[in-house]
Design a protein around this ligand. Sequence first.
Ligand SMILES: NC(=O)c1ccc[n+]([C@@H]2O[C@H](COP(=O)([O-])OP(=O)(O)OC[C@H]3O[C@@H](n4cnc5c(N)ncnc54)[C@H](OP(=O)(O)O)[C@@H]3O)[C@@H](O)[C@H]2O)c1
Length: 348
Amino acid sequence: MRRALDLAYRGWGRVHPNPLVGAAVIDGEGIVSEGFHGEFGGPHAEAVALAAAGERARGATLVSTLEPCRHAAKQPPCVERILATGIRRIVVALPDPNPDAGGGIELLRSAGVEVDVGLLAERAAHQNAAYLQAFARPFRPFVAVKLATSLDFRIADAAGHSRWISGEGARDFVHWHRAGFDAIGVGGKTAVLDDPSLTVRGDTEPRLPPRRVIVLGSRKLSREATLARTARQIPVLAVGLDGPELAALAELGVEPVPASTLAEGLTRLRERGIRSLVVEGGGRLAGSLLAQGLADRFVWIVSPLWIGDLGVPAVRGYEVPSLLQAERWTLADRKGLGQDTLLVFDRS
Ligand SMILES: NC(=O)c1ccc[n+]([C@@H]2O[C@H](COP(=O)([O-])OP(=O)(O)OC[C@H]3O[C@@H](n4cnc5c(N)ncnc54)[C@H](OP(=O)(O)O)[C@@H]3O)[C@@H](O)[C@H]2O)c1
């Protein structure tokens, strides 16, 4: 299953809003074949692994990170293919919450296949969090907050400069990470101070370029800002109060998203097809998302430098009355990115 989860990541940026799925056929001697869902609408992981196994699938075990589908959509149902190959046992990490696709487990069991569910389920849920959320909370996108901070949890110096806190290795990760989201967002102040382009410029080319989102607040975006200038090439949405600023941005090709609260803004984004959003700062927007229970994941890059009290805090406006009320999140991933460290936490 660990191998299948790794394989599933090869579809990152290419399959969403479909799930990431990896699979392997194993027998008493080890891994017979492998597969992953590599393109939206393309062959499913199980089908790829089964085709590669050929006759060796008979009597073997199929491991899959997600319940095999039982519906015919862009691809034929995996359940039928599994039954045709003579697989004896299936190990699945997660049931599929999609009411159209799910139900494969029951069908396989009733056909006499042994099915085990739940192996490494937490890791599988982490991997497909945006997909799962689309069914569990269809009224807003899955929201990951990503920040690069100093050792003392600052995201910029006293003058508001944040380029560059993190190093090269972290930047490669950030571009890979962006590729797996429907949209990349920033707060209004970050949009003004940093003038980001919020594009994917790494080795992983997303099937669709993520849309760009500005949570504007009372800020005005310069007509010369990169996001304003490029809005007709890659869509930009501005979330804010209905008024002259949104109307002026609309003339530049920015899609206005009128909303009076952050929660309403997220709902409006979801209605526009954004199921997953990575918010890349700044600290105020991060703090508001946390305070309002609207952040699902924290992707934290810690860099080995000290910025001190004059720097911009990584999270602002988030108050917890006491340790007893402090939310404890789950560590989902940690690894080194050159001199920097990546820590990923999920809301439990
Ligand atoms: N190291 C990093 O990873 C990183 C990433 C991004 C940014 N930065 C740095 O962070 C600094 C900017 O961060 P910041 O904390 O000052 O500002 P910020 O979070 O980028 O921007 C706050 C903006 O969002 C608007 N907003 C609208 N609705 C909001 C809501 N419900 N809650 C919070 N904000 C809302 C605010 O509007 P109002 O104006 O109406 O309050 C304000 O314009 C810059 O110096 C930038 O370089 C660093």
